[in-house]
Design a protein around this ligand. Structure first.
Ligand code: FES
Ligand SMILES: [Fe+2]
Length: 342
């Protein structure tokens, strides 16, 4: 599998990483994330160069990581700083370190060489952290499928009508909508606009049942598989500004070719301090992503596991052009990196 290198991969929600750290596989590499005494996050390959024990199974001495197997010690930059058996540090004892950025409550890992990270390329998720006017519920699930199949799912929300019958199926509203896909540089937008429809389930209780509303689902994609969804509803003809919008994160990070970390969030601007609303939303989204999306994506992926997507000759229905274009952009970016390397 070829991974896009010069891109940001979500490694964790920021509060998942404490001083004892977190181990998570990212694009085939085991990564140990840990928080330093100054509050910043560091990340090292979670593999000691001696007999390959995970550093995450070792101990911390201040900002130093000590391997739990035979005691080699490493700085947060990956330098081997102590060999308990000799004053000499053997050549090749340093560990790869990763460039890390913490932004919007998200820990981002740069897939390229250390020291080459481009913070300006971090996609914007400024709605995620709680404010006096907003609350976000968040979740994580591990999906046994290739991450691009997750992208297909999220960039083609027509599946809502079929897969999400138990949660937010839209009573047919997708069929009343226009779907448009456009690219802005390497950022892709896959948007649904559903005017003059009955209030969808996301707007329940906010409009009289006989009201007509305009509804939108705007999905933004950045490579490798980082998505933001804006779910909006407004009174029919009143304009988007008069309505409300629920911003969501849907961020996929490949663990390996066949396994994907799925981080999701949803932000609201009402009922802020109501734990029952938190619990209701966590249960709704948990059901939608864990019980509805995940089994379908995993079962579909089982049918093509290890095969080349295009050689399987997937039929196009038009609604899937978002996923198709995301695959093409990703292929292009990976090919460009290979050209530069060659
Ligand atoms: S495996 Fe880490 S010191 Fe031996
Ligand atoms: Fe879904």
């Amino acid at each position: 599998m070829s991974w896009l290198q010069n891109a940001w991969y979500m490694g964790a929600w920021a509060d998942e990483v404490g001083s004892s750290g977190l181990s998570r596989q990212i694009a085939d590499k085991p990564v140990y994330f840990f928080r330093l005494s100054n509050g910043q996050i560091a990340a090292l390959l979670d593999r000691c160069p001696h007999r390959f024990a995970p550093l995450s199974k070792g101990e911390r001495e201040g900002d130093t990581v000590v391997c739990g197997y035979h005691g080699l010690a490493f700085s947060a930059a990956g330098k081997c700083v102590r060999n308990p058996f000799s004053d000499r540090i053997p050549a090749g004892s340093d560990i790869p370190a990763f460039d890390i950025a913490e932004k919007d409550g998200i820990v981002w890992l740069w897939g390229g060489a250390a020291g080459t990270a481009e913070p300006a390329l971090i996609p914007d998720f400024n709605f995620v952290p709680d404010t006096p006017h907003s609350r976000t519920v968040r979740g994580y699930t591990l999906m046994r499928a290739n991450y691009e199949y997750g992208t297909d799912n999220l960039l083609d929300l027509s599946h809502i009508e079929f897969v999400h019958k138990g949660t937010f199926a839209g009573q047919g509203v997708i069929f009343a909508g226009d779907h448009s896909v456009h690219a802005d540089g390497n950022t892709l937008h896959s948007n649904w606009w559903m005017p003059d429809i009955a209030p969808p389930s996301v707007a329940q209780g906010m409009f009289p049942p006989e009201a007509k509303v305009d509804h939108w689902l705007d999905m933004r994609w950045n490579a490798p598989a980082t998505m933001r969804l804006n779910v909006g509803v407004t009174a029919h003809g009143a304009g988007r500004e008069a309505g409300f919008e629920v911003p969501q994160a849907h961020i996929l990070t490949p663990a390996d070719d066949h396994t994907t970390h799925y981080f999701w969030s949803s932000t609201r601007y009402h009922d802020l301090d109501n734990p029952e609303v938190d619990a209701m939303l966590l249960s709704l989204f948990g059901d939608a992503f864990d019980i509805e999306d995940k089994p379908m994506i995993e079962a579909a992926y089982d049918n093509v596991r290890g095969k080349d997507f295009w050689k399987e000759k997937p039929v196009s229905l038009g609604i899937d052009q978002g996923g198709t274009r995301a695959r093409r952009i990703l292929e292009k970016l990976i090919a460009q990196e290979k050209e530069v390397e060659a």
